[in-house]
Every structure is written in structure tokens, then in C-alpha cells.
Design a protein around this ligand. Structure first.
Ligand SMILES: Nc1nc2c(c(=O)[nH]1)N[C@H]1C(S)=C(S)[C@@H](COP(=O)(O)OP(=O)(O)OC[C@H]3O[C@@H](n4cnc5c(N)ncnc54)[C@H](O)[C@@H]3O)O[C@H]1N2
Ligand code: MOO
Length: 404
């Protein structure tokens, strides 16, 4: 059995960022930029008013009240060519460019209009309510850097920078194949000795959530023929994920059958719980990650390995396993030689620190506790007993709101 860290290194060294493709900005949410997005325009393009009011020369309104002659009407989208002379003001609206000579805005609440003249009742220093040209960004500025997944806010900025097309990494194509005679499609009638294939759907959802394109190959029966036929559907994918059939029983066919098909195994078995019988290799040019069938094992391994693989394919540089400290809320016994990932809830305690409460039962068939958990508590191999109150490292489940 190899360690989790070694498995991660060996897996990630087999992948490199995918080629780029061009998509419209409207399709860019969540996509990872392959190139910096550079502004084509300066924003605002000229000095503009931040308020509805009057464009003035600051020196004309240094002492108030003062009466000025109104010489123009500048709405957003229009402009006034004639410069503002001493003693003059121009009616102006939010977003409209200041006429030459004007250097301050008096808001209309501080004025009194009378036909062709306006009385300014409050003075305004130079620059008051003026948005100078380029306040937001200038043509040539980098708005969003390569390697970042486009958020809703980035998307707005890219549009404002007048970039209708962006270069992004192609979405990784990931084929997911479930196995097992006892496994049936969700929605099908479930016999007393059968189980619904939650793994296939959940792994596909994980792939999509990580920015990939999932191809669900269905469920292979525990026969060489079925497995061979369905696994052939992975041709052209960047990664084949299998779930189930990874262990040592005579119905666990992944290694033997796919071995006959040319599976070149890099490793099998890893010192972690859940997920011991994980395997990694290459099948006819497609990288293959064989996950255990137990639902929690399959998803925890997905989180620990599939997500970093997709990050690598997408060129996303972020820690593979971003842990953080939390206070243990219950006693834990000594660990054995497998690195443990314990499902736990997280709550801030009275002093504002995070408390991690492990679920009492950690069986790898128990999906409900996985769904109700907020994080996984990491326990190193051979960790000594840990008493409540000690600090442990936790791996939080990511939330999708990070894309906003
Ligand atoms: N003698 C040993 N037995 C087992 C060992 C071992 O080292 N020696 N390892 C155990 C560990 S740890 C795990 S994890 C499991 C994983 O084995 P497999 O990958 O071969 O998984 P299966 O036997 O096919 O299934 C296990 C379990 O999960 C259910 N399952 C399978 N596929 C799905 C699916 N798509 N959706 C939902 N549930 C699924 C399946 O019905 C079984 O109940 O092996 C231990 N055994
Ligand atoms: O690794 Mo298995 O996932 O312990 O049940």
C-alpha cells in the first residue's frame, strides 16, 4: 500500500493542462482562462459625472451662493463640444462626460434653477463627483489572469472590458463506469439484494462540479464481456473512472478483465480509509482511476483525487487538499496504518474557533453521514489517541457559491 501523498503525486504527474478553446463571454462562467483577459477599452473613457446636477468650474463656486449661466444639457451617451467658460454651468446627468473646462459637479439638490441660470448654494472642490477617465481600468490592463475559473464578477468585468470571446481550457471529458451485478440504475425497481447506483450519478456530478464533462457509461455486470464492452466507451475520454470491483473477491473483475484489455497499472491499494483498493493506470491511451464500490469510499476518493486531476487538466493551481485546523469535539482512538478521513460536522464554538464533531459510525457504506458532514477530519497513519479539545486538520467540502 502506498501513502495518500505518494498516490497523489503519481496520479498528478500523469496529467498536463488540456488545450485551449475559444468561447463567448456568455458561456465563460466557471471556465478556466487559458490566457489573461486584457481590456480593449478604458473605463470610463473620459472624465464623467457621478451624479445628476451641474458641471461647473470649481473656482466659480468657491464662494456661494453664486449664479451661473446654464449653457448645455449633457445626458449620458451625449457630449458637449463647447468648452465651459468662466461663470457658466452645464446641466449634466450621471455617466455623462464633463465639458472641457469643467472640473467639478454640484448635485442638483444644492442648486436652484431659474430659466437660463442656476444658483449654486454649496461649493464643490475640484474633482467633486467626477469619475476620472480610467478610474475603473485602462485599455491594456489585465482584468482577469490566466488560470482562474471565471466567477460571476469576473464575467461582468470581462464584458465591461469589451471582450466578447475568451480563451479557456477545454473541459476534461471523464467517463464514469459503475460495476456490479447487484447495482441498478436509479429509478429502476430494486430487488432485496440489489442497490441503487448512487456512485455513478454522484461521480458524474462531481466531475461536472469540478468543471469537467461527464459521460455516464452505465453499469457493467460482473462478467468479462459486459465490462469489456462498456469500458470501450471510454475511448477518447481524458479519464476513465470505474467504481466497484476493485477489491480482492473473485467478482472484483476490474484488474483481471481490464488487465487482459491492456490495462497498465501504476498502483493498486493505498493506505487510506475509506478507499484502500484504489487503483490507477492507463487503458489504451486513457488514464484510468479505479475507485472502490463502497459509496463513501468512491466519493471521498473522488474528492481527494478526481478533483485535483481535473484542476491539473484545467490548469487550476490550488492546493489539492486544503486543510485547516479545527478543535476536536470528541475523543478519538489511536489510528492504524491507513490515513483516516472521518466524516464530521463543523460548528464555531463560543470562542469563535471551529469545532469538528466526528460521526460516531464511519462505515464506508453510509452515504447519509457523508451528505450531512461539513468536512473530513484527517488522521495520519499511526496517529496516537486524540482527546477532545486538541487541534486536528480538517478538509472542508467545497461549496458551489465560490463561483460568485
Ligand atoms: N477480503 C477483503 N475484502 C475487502 C477488502 C479487503 O481488503 N479484503 N477491502 C474492503 C474495502 S476497504 C472496500 S472499500 C471494498 C471495495 O471493494 P470493491 O471496490 O470491490 O467494491 P464492490 O465489492 O464492488 O462493492 C462494495 C459495496 O459497494 C456497493 N456498490 C458498488 N457499486 C456501487 C454503486 N455504483 N453505487 C452504490 N453502491 C455500490 C456494493 O453493492 C457493495 O455493497 O471492499 C472491501 N472488501
Ligand atoms: O476503504 Mo474501504 O473504503 O475501507 O471501505
Amino acid at each position: 500500500m502506498i501513502s495518500v501523498d505518494e498516490a497523489l503525486d503519481r496520479i498528478l504527474s500523469a496529467f498536463a493542462p488540456l488545450p485551449a478553446e475559444t468561447v463567448s463571454v456568455s458561456q465563460a462562467l466557471g471556465r478556466v482562462l487559458a490566457e489573461d483577459v486584457v481590456a480593449r477599452v478604458t473605463q470610463p473613457p473620459a472624465d464623467v459625472s457621478a451624479m445628476d446636477g451641474y458641471a461647473v468650474r470649481a473656482e466659480d463656486v468657491a464662494s456661494v451662493p453664486v449664479q451661473l449661466q446654464v449653457v448645455g444639457h449633457i445626458a449620458a451617451g451625449s457630449r458637449q463640444e463647447a468648452p465651459l467658460a468662466a461663470g457658466q454651468a452645464a446641466r449634466i446627468f450621471t455617466g455623462a462626460p464633463l465639458p472641457e473646462g469643467a472640473d467639478a459637479i454640484v448635485i442638483q439638490e444644492d442648486t436652484e434653477r431659474d430659466g437660463e441660470s442656476v444658483t449654486v448654494k454649496e461649493s464643490a472642490a475640484r474633482g467633486t463627483y467626477v469619475r476620472p477617465a480610467g478610474l475603473d481600468f485602462r485599455a491594456g490592463d489585465v482584468g482577469v489572469a490566466a488560470g482562474r475559473a471565471v466567477t460571476v464578477r469576473d464575467l461582468g468585468l470581462i464584458a465591461a472590458m469589451n471582450r466578447p470571446w475568451v480563451s479557456v481550457r477545454r473541459r476534461p471529458r471523464v467517463a464514469v463506469l459503475a460495476t456490479g451485478d447487484e447495482v441498478v440504475m436509479p429509478g429502476d425497481p430494486v430487488g432485496p439484494s440489489q442497490i441503487v447506483s448512487s456512485n455513478g450519478l454522484a461521480l458524474c456530478a462531481l466531475v461536472e462540479a469540478c468543471g469537467g464533462e461527464a459521460i455516464n457509461l452505465g453499469i457493467a455486470a460482473d462478467s468479462a464481456d459486459s465490462l469489456r464492452r462498456l469500458a470501450a466507451g471510454a475511448a477518447g475520454a481524458d479519464l476513465l473512472i470505474t467504481t466497484g470491483g476493485a477489491s480482492v473477491g473473485e467478482h472484483d473483475l476490474i484488474r483481471s478483465v481490464l488487465g487482459e484489455e491492456g490495462l497498465d497499472l501504476d498502483f493498486w491499494k493505498i493506505a487510506m480509509r475509506p478507499g484502500k483498493p484504489l487503483m490507477f493506470g492507463r487503458l489504451k491511451g486513457t488514464r484510468m482511476l479505479g475507485l472502490p464500490g463502497n459509496p463513501v469510499s468512491s466519493l471521498v476518493c473522488g474528492l481527494l483525487f478526481v478533483r485535483p486531476i481535473l484542476d491539473r487538466l484545467l490548469g487550476l493551481a490550488r492546493p489539492a487538499h486544503p486543510t485547516e485546523p479545527a478543535v476536536l469535539a470528541a475523543d478519538l482512538g489511536a489510528n492504524d496504518r491507513r490515513q483516516d478521513y472521518l466524516r464530521a460536522t463543523l460548528r464555531p464554538n463560543d470562542d469563535g474557533r471551529l469545532h469538528a464533531s466526528p460521526f460516531h459510525k464511519q462505515d464506508s457504506s453510509m452515504l447519509a453521514t457523508l451528505a450531512h458532514a461539513d468536512a473530513l477530519i484527517l488522521r495520519a497513519p499511526h496517529a496516537p489517541p486524540a482527546a477532545a479539545g486538541t487541534l486536528v486538520e480538517v478538509l472542508r467540502f467545497p461549496t458551489s457559491l465560490s463561483s460568485i
